[in-house]
Design a protein around this ligand. Structure first.
Ligand SMILES: [Zn+2]
Length: 241
């Protein structure tokens, strides 16, 4: 998972969502309204905006492995129909993540979502990556001396630690990034911006935010880069944000 930045919707699409929100206010069964709206040209604009927001590869915002083909409601539209047409509640997801999540949406004791919203926060605050298995896991939270509960919940609901094809994709991307950093370290000089750009191109799974963080810095090629070429480290760190 990686942080995605939400742009403004084109004016007409936003006005359409506003109108739908008003028209469906108080509706208990949102499905028919959503289904008919989904057929419109305007909702195709919304989908396209989400795909652009996800990056050049248009990957699912949850797993960052499969193609993002569906408009996903972070707060599920069944139990929360009043959020069905709110732009900040819409994400892009693949059919597999959509199926795993289903209507699961655990809340904390104070009513906050337990799932990580990649458009609202940095997922790496709650998630960790295992280069050996390629799995995503919950990040250890020093403050509570335990794995992040929100990380654990996100991994469990989306099954981010038991999807073989996804894990293989993450491992491949990680190896590519690590190999490129090792290559840079073996060269006489490192051009920070060029390296950052190459890594950005190679990063199919949003792993730069993890590799160039306090956690990733503990591993061989990244820690070495941080010590030997702090300016290159900083450029790569910025590329992961
Ligand atoms: Zn997915």
């Amino acid at each position: 998972m990686q942080r995605v930045n939400r742009p403004k919707l084109p004016g007409r699409a936003q006005a359409y969502l506003d109108g739908k929100w008003q028209a469906t206010n108080g509706t208990l069964n949102i499905e028919p309204a959503w289904k008919s709206a989904r057929q419109t040209q305007t909702m195709r604009v919304v989908l396209q905006t989400l795909q652009n927001m996800a990056g050049a590869r248009e990957r699912c915002m949850y797993c960052v492995d499969s193609h993002g083909s569906d408009i996903e409601h972070f707060w599920p539209k069944g139990p929360y129909p009043e959020r069905a047409f709110l732009w900040p509640n819409l994400l892009l997801c693949c059919s597999e993540c959509g199926r795993f999540k289903g209507s699961q949406f655990p809340l904390s004791g104070t009513g906050q979502p337990m799932l990580v919203d990649p458009s609202a926060e940095n997922p790496w605050d709650h998630l960790d990556f295992d280069p050996d298995t390629g799995n995503l896991t919950a990040r250890y939270d020093v403050a509570i001396a335990a794995p992040s509960p929100r990380g654990e919940c996100t991994v469990r609901v989306l099954q981010l630690d038991r999807r073989e094809a996804m894990a293989e994709g993450y491992r491949r991307t990680y190896r590519r990034i690590a190999a490129r950093v090792e290559q840079a370290l073996a060269a006489d000089a490192i051009e920070p911006q060029a390296l950052a750009e190459e890594l950005r191109q190679a990063d199919e799974h949003g792993l730069l935010g993890w590799c160039f963080s306090a956690v990733g810095a503990r591993l061989k090629p990244f820690g070495d880069l941080r010590r030997r070429a702090p300016d290159a480290w900083a450029a790569c760190e910025a590329a992961g944000k």
